[in-house]
Design a protein around this ligand. Sequence first.
Ligand code: SAH
Length: 382
Amino acid sequence: MISRKGEARVRRGHPWIFRSDIEHAERADPGAVVRVVGPRGQPLGFALYSSLSEIRLRMIAHGETLPGDWLQQRLDAAVAWREVVAPGVEACRLVHAEGDGLPGLVVDRYGEHLVIQTLSQAMERLKERLVAALVERLAPRGILERNDPRVRQLEGLEARVGLLHGQVPERLDIEEGGLRFEVDLWRGQKTGQFLDQRENHAVAAGYARGRVLDAFAYDGGFALAAARRADEVLAVDTSEECVARIEANAARNGLTNVRARSANAFDVLRDLEARGERVDTVILDPPAFAKSRDAVEKAVRGYKEINLRALKLLSPGGVLVSCSCSYHVHEADLEDILHAAACDAGVSVAVVEKRRQARDHPVVLGVPETYYLKCFVLRRLS
Ligand code: SAH
């Protein structure tokens, strides 16, 4: 039985019920599917139970009955939707947790291979059923679990990376936007690639010209897409491994105008500015500076600094693609930061586009947590 406050949140479409919203509970196994009732005993629906997380319940259905094949149905619906928003795309997200009515579950497709993350007790418990359903629906060559995100700790689940089905090679060759990338599903960041930026890579490339700087480049998703239109591209990442991969990816695609450098983007931006250099297109896609609400203030200073420097470097008429994947820094916050950076840089900028994560990472109205990646395209006017 949940509180009035919990009930109100559920009725507004939010799937999470916190520990403090539970007024009375019968014994349930960790990760069980449980029935949820409101403060007057009225049935609200069904939820996945977690015995440890502050998020005790994650709603999966409203009403009085839950079909026995709910999991299969949701998976089918999620996969079918990708045929609409990502047709023919080799690497995309098939299941985006709450965004697909499957809280705690991520499924990414890389060609004939799948990577899954079961991030709650319930999804961990359903893992075998999930694998069977995915094998039946998609017949993948292999399914890998990349269960190494830290959030699993909140559920009392250990970190684990391993095969769940078939085979998954050490390296895959994956196409994105007509380019080929080498992807490491076992050890790469996230599940191998930043699939959430796929659509933004293509959009940013459309604006790229002249000299391009991709300051947090990973495997060169933005850099390589931009290189096909620009004169020269400098891709920067602190990780030597990323730099080696960018170089290999550029060579694989016959791109000779990409340079990759292992360096701190803050330093590179400062040096270029100090040398009075000009860049025509800048892409900023840093890691989440604010991983928690407490870190927002420091994160804001970080975003402000890189954007200020980028705007100073930009030639008039140039384009800045500025991203933030910190959930706690909301779109309006980022817009304020960009405005403040433009004022300090003494430049006037126009907002060309406000974008977000690719459409295979659905954003649910009333569930702000599903909207985490912001991407502004700005044009320096003067
Ligand atoms: N733009 C990429 C994803 C970037 S993820 C894409 O679209 O695929 C962020 C990257 O920034 C990571 O590869 C990380 O290694 C790198 N990074 C983190 N801190 C950095 C810093 N201070 N300077 C440069 N790169 C950094």
